[in-house]
Design a protein around this ligand. Sequence first.
Ligand code: HEC
Length: 318
Amino acid sequence: MKNSISWLRVVTLFFSVFALMEFFIDSGAKPAFIEYPLASLFLLLILLVLIGVELILASVENVLFQTLTEPAKERYLANKSKSWEWKWAIETYQNLLGSKPMEEEGEITLDHNYDGIRELDNKLPPWWVYMFYATIIFAVAYLVRFEIMNDYDQDLEYEQEVAAAQLEIEAYKKTAKGLVDVNTVTLLTDASDLKAGKTIFETNCVACHMADGGGGIGPNLTDSNWILGGGIKNVFSTVSEGGRDGKGMVAWKQILKPAEMAQVSSYILIEINGKTPTKAKAAEGEIWIDPNPTEKEIPAIEKDSTTLATDLTTAALN
Ligand code: HEC
């Protein structure tokens, strides 16, 4: 009796479990069975159990088979060889090919006979014919949608994708603070950022600038005079690139991450600048005026309704 372990069944079940496991276990970039050794162990166990079950089934079948009478054994074997498993698949395949079995070819032989080479009048294979119909339907739908209704074209598709990507980049930049550089840095106002900035300042900067920013070896950071320019972009650039040669302020980009430099710069501008230190070093540099003040810093120009009305009339007349 043929060995009836269904290896196909074992392999299919095993890979189903494997796929389910990879799908449900969140293991980051690595596959779960590498990330978690326990998962590999579990898979091994599953494999052993599956093989075990097949072995048991096979021996049960064998034992039962031995208990049968001779004619029953024969009937059983005859039934078994008529394996149903692939029958439907083979039938479907045959139907799709639409070709006549070799024995019936006589029915479709044409009269042509070229030195013994004969011609069969086979039907077109149904798979081919159906695909051809499908292309016709597709072509009609395509023609109506894109040539008659002018749904969208490649240019529009391109623009939409670029716009979507732009949005994604913006969103990414917002979350990835580590990406800031002197062009993209903005004043951070979150309490957490300022707190981090304070820690960085106290660790690295107080030796020369004093805890309250009054100044020592380094200049006073509390006044509105700046040697190297005020505002977040200049301060960030000074912290990142250092001061003028030989003055003692190093380029902190060697030591601090961009995000940290943004935090400490914001801390200086928000928490230190404008406060009165216990011992203030004399102001150095120029009073700095922001060339591009942000909107809320522009003093609101108040107009009463009469001037507004005059403005509108003038505008209308022009
Ligand atoms: C070794 C002393 C020293 C340390 C430490 C130091 N600085 Fe300075 N800092 C200076 C000096 C000196 C200058 C003036 C540079 C110049 O004149 O070009 C300066 C200038 C500056 C300026 C520009 C001030 C202006 O008026 O334009 C900023 C902002 C600044 N430091 C921030 C920091 C920060 C933030 C840290 C800590 C991460 C730090 N400094 C650490 C010595 C120091």
